[in-house]
Design a protein around this ligand. Structure first.
Ligand code: HEM
Length: 493
């Protein structure tokens, strides 16, 4: 008996010691960066200080408070509290790492411009698991440069294709035609259909009727869910389903690539000069990189753009003056076109107020709230020291909603863009520097063309309250349901 009690006691003792050891090591791991900084700073960089702030709980730090949902046209309580307490640049502990959070336009700009020199893109490992190791959002250094230069070539050459604009417009017309007889739509779903069909056509040359399109869409929905889920790879979890969905999409894309390769091999006149064909002709990418490349374009071009459209539609619904001016601009453009004539680049350039609406929706909607970077050297910025290895998070929304940079910053006011230049520092919805979004123009053209057909053919009203929320991934909880009222006499769709 005594032996049993002794045994239990020693097991308990071992557990207790283990537990205390674990807690202590967590605490040491958590605060070690601060200790090291304090030791280092006394000898080398006396005048520099790590920004003020709070490390929060061991391990988790302040991550949960940082990720607390809030409306996407607001700062959220965490940033509001921390900025007023510590200033626009502060330290924290986020995503299992000591971190510097920047809500300062100068520092954000400095971070974006010094990619690969002082800072480097550093998304959490869970994202790597889903996106794959060759995704452009994940790779750094030379590999990133190589993939990016191809992305820019593809953007330029697909833009030159005569079908580029027509495909976007006919997809918009198709979606709006499918609303015929409906009194209500869930706008986010419709916008997603539109942006998905556009990007699948642009990248893979598929139409909505092709069976592969439906298959890719199904897998894509699972993929998207997993991207924002808890990264636990156990069969059945959204994360595991996403990783599996990515494998299936890769297989479908690989089959399409193979099919195209064969068809070009058999008959040279099958050449279309589209995205897929250019990708096939590139020699300095592995097969895996080519598939990742297609996935990046699908992923980047789908959810973000549909959100931009939804935010614009919601804001216009609440701003009758802006809607009126937009309608006038689109009526003027249409009045100069023949019946059923497609829009062209000249028409797009004439959509000046539309551009203002899009910029304002991007500023207010904050589709990408912040990006992930890490310091790859000890960095000095003004009086601050940003220590090597720390996470660095430039928060774009904080700059977009900064009252000292944008008058009446919380108001949707598209007219501000008539006088306010789009300086790269205070307006960065597409990021900046060597990682500036290669799809920014496509997103704007899609939104402009869809709005054109929407405002000429429909009046709409929000069916009950809904608001874009930053989770921090932006989403309309109810999908933005709209009541529709067709403008019969002026219909062109
Ligand atoms: C409203 C729509 C969009 C928004 C707000 C947006 C925003 C962004 C932002 C902020 C970045 C920078 C990420 C970083 O620095 O870490 C980015 C990168 C990227 N975007 Fe977009 N994007 C949009 C549309 C698109 C579209 C339509 C495509 C593709 C056709 C696309 C493809 C990409 C890719 C591939 C990257 C990675 C670039 C690199 O790392 O060099 N995006 N986007």
């Amino acid at each position: 008996m005594a032996m049993v009690i002794g045994g239990i006691f020693s097991v308990c003792y071992v557990f207790l010691v283990g537990f205390v050891g674990l807690v202590l090591s967590l605490i040491i791991y958590h605060f070690l960066p601060l200790l090291l900084i304090n030791l280092g700073s006394s000898s080398s960089s006396n005048s520099l200080v790590v920004p003020k702030g709070n490390f929060g709980w061991p391990l988790l730090g302040e991550t949960l408070a940082f990720l607390k949902p809030h409306t996407s046209n607001s700062l959220g309580s965490f940033l509001q509290h921390h900025c007023s307490r510590y200033g626009k640049v502060f330290k924290s502990h986020l995503f299992f790492s000591p971190a510097i959070v920047s809500c300062d336009q100068e520092l954000n700009y400095f971070i974006l411009q010094n990619e690969d020199k002082l800072f480097q893109c550093s998304y959490p490992n869970s994202i790597h698991g889903v996106l794959g190791k060759s995704s452009m959002l994940v790779v750094v250094g030379e590999t990133h440069k190589r993939l990016r230069s191809l992305a820019l070539t593809l953007v330029t050459s697909t833009k030159l294709s005569p079908d580029y604009l027509n495909d976007i417009e006919s997809t918009a017309i198709q979606i709006l035609a499918s609303w015929k007889g409906k009194h209500q739509v869930t706008f986010c779903e419709e916008a997603r259909k539109f942006t998905f069909n556009v990007i699948v056509k642009q990248v893979l040359g598929l139409t909505p009727e092709d069976p592969q399109t439906t298959k890719i869409l199904e897998d894509f929905l699972a993929f998207m869910k997993g991207l924002i889920s808890f990264p636990l790879y156990i069969p059945g979890t959204p994360y595991a389903r996403a990783v599996q969905a990515r494998t299936r999409i890769s297989t479908t894309v690989k089959a399409l690539v193979e099919e195209r390769r064969r068809s070009i091999g058999e008959n040279k006149s099958n050449k279309k000069g589209d995205f897929l064909e250019i990708l096939l002709s590139v020699n300095n990418l592995s097969e895996d990189e080519k598939v990742s490349f297609v996935l990046d374009a699908l992923l980047g071009g789908y959810e973000t753009t549909s959100l931009l459209m939804a935010i614009a539609v919601q804001c216009l619904g609440q701003s009758p003056l802006a809607l009126e001016q937009l309608k006038k601009e689109h009526h003027n453009i249409r009045s100069l076109k023949k019946k059923d004539e497609y829009l062209n680049w000249e028409d797009y350039k004439k959509m000046e107020f539309t551009q203002n609406v899009i910029n304002e929706a991007l500023r207010c909607g904050n589709i990408v709230k912040f990006v992930h970077r890490k310091a790859i050297k000890d960095v000095r910025f003004k009086e601050y020291l940003i220590p090597l290895g720390w996470k660095v998070l430039p928060v774009f929304s904080a700059v977009h909603l900064d009252q000292s940079l944008h008058d009446d910053a919380l108001q949707f006011h598209p007219w501000r863009w008539e006088t306010q230049g789009q300086t790269a520092k205070k307006f960065t919805p597409f990021g900046g520097g060597p990682r500036f979004c290669p799809g920014s123009e496509l997103a704007k053209v899609e939104t402009a063309f869809f709005l054109y057909h929407l405002v000429l053919n429909y009046r709409w009203k929000a069916e009950g309250p809904d608001q874009s929320m930053a989770y921090p991934y932006v989403e309309f909880p109810r999908g933005l349901p709209l009541k529709l009222d067709p403008i019969v006499s002026e219909s062109s769709a």
